[in-house]
Design a protein around this ligand. Structure first.
Ligand code: OGA
Ligand code: NI
Length: 355
């Protein structure tokens, strides 16, 4: 197929065409298919929920301890009392949903991202570029916004469908940056680093916001909304709606993250695994679909600048703990991720130093 702007199929348009069976490109091999059990243990075991107590200094010790434990055990946790206004969370979910649900298809296509370049801004359906070995397609459409540094932020490329869309995305970007800084401060301290340790190693945040729309799927047992991966940057903050779908892997078992309306999910990404010298692991995660309700999520990625070199923090490397990851230029990491595809954690595994 010719790689052109409009040749990528939108999952939503497949659903609107009333398809009873999904096209073969969306069918996962058996070993990757989700198991839709009523209770997969998620009721008993799930990613931790941490109350940031409005960031009261009195509770800093206990929050730091709880975050350290969550990072060691899961690489992912939810936070409440995070300081992000709840109305803003409702607004971003609502403008995002409205773009996918109410904006006419032809208008959405005006924002189509360039499927031949990795992580390009705009309306897309296919995470990997056309010439990569992309395997099975995800049951997902998305809109990717480049938001930080401000020099990358150009709201005229974002939807004009709702008058407040661009303002809401701008405010969301600012709030997420503040929360990412708070969390990275606590995570650094929990590793015994100065509060600014991880932020200094990452440098100025490159922030992208991806609003994902997972249409209902007629055969949810055969497909994935988003294939298993770990995020490539430093930390991802995710807001989801009331529809379950996000799963996190722990000890070879998938756990469905319980949607908590006012909570924000934090997902440790690969560069934190490197900086922490493997003390903390990036979370392997994926999204499953369902046959009844569309699902919306808003993921805000905080990544190093392309020119940054990332390596284990020197304070965490000593005689008893030698470096476990090779230094990497973040730019090279990103291009390898996009050309090989994520497939679980293969990209970070390639940097591991084996003894
Ligand atoms: C992602 C991601 C999960 C979700 O966009 O990287 O993991 O629930 N999203 O949409
Ligand atoms: Ni992710």
């Amino acid at each position: 197929m010719e790689a052109g702007r409009n040749t990528v199929v939108r999952v939503q348009s497949l659903v609107q065409a009333g398809l009873a069976e999904i096209p073969s490109q969306y069918i996962q091999p058996h070993e990757n298919r989700p198991i839709h059990k009523k209770d997969n243990g998620a009721g008993i075991m799930n990613i931790p929920v941490l109350d940031l107590f409005g960031f009261d200094p009195e509770h800093r010790d206990s929050v730091r301890k709880a975050i350290g434990e969550a990072c060691r055990e899961w690489g992912a946790f939810q936070v409440t009392n995070h300081g992000v206004p709840i109305e803003l969370m409702d607004q971003i979910r609502s403008v995002g949903f409205s773009f996918f649900n109410d904006c006419p298809f032809q208008d959405k296509l005006k924002y189509a991202c360039d499927p031949t370049s990795a992580a390009s801004e705009g309306y897309g359906s296919k995470m990997l570029v056309d010439n990569s070995n992309c395997g099975v397609l995800d049951w997902r459409d998305y809109f990717d916004h480049h938001t930080l540094p401000l020099s990358r932020r150009n709201p005229s490329r974002w939807p004009h469908f709702l008058p407040n869309y661009r303002e809401v995305v701008g405010k969301h970007s600012d709030e997420m940056k503040v929360l990412a800084q708070k969390l990275l401060g606590l995570i650094s301290e929990s590793l015994g680093l100065p509060s600014s340790g991880i932020e200094n190693a990452v440098g100025e945040f490159y922030q992208n916001i991806t609003i994902s729309y997972y249409p209902p799927c007629p055969q949810p047992d055969l497909t994935l909304g988003l294939q298993s991966h770990s995020d490539m940057g430093a930390i991802t903050l995710l807001i989801q709606d009331q529809v379950e779908g996000l799963q996190v892997l722990k000890e070879s078992q998938w756990f469905t993250v319980r949607p908590l309306c006012d909570a924000i999910v934090a997902i440790l990404s690969d560069q934190i695994e490197i900086i922490s010298n493997g003390k903390y692991k990036s979370a392997q995660h994926r999204a499953i679909t369902n046959s009844r309700r569309p699902r919306l999520s808003v993921a805000t990625f905080h990544d190093p600048a392309k020119k940054m070199k990332i390596s284990p923090a020197f304070q965490l490397v000593n005689e008893s703990s030698s470096p476990r990851y090779r230094e990497v230029n973040y730019e090279d990491y990103v291009s390898s991720w996009y050309s090989k595809g994520p497939e679980g954690k293969r990209n970070i595994d390639a940097l591991r130093i084996n003894f």
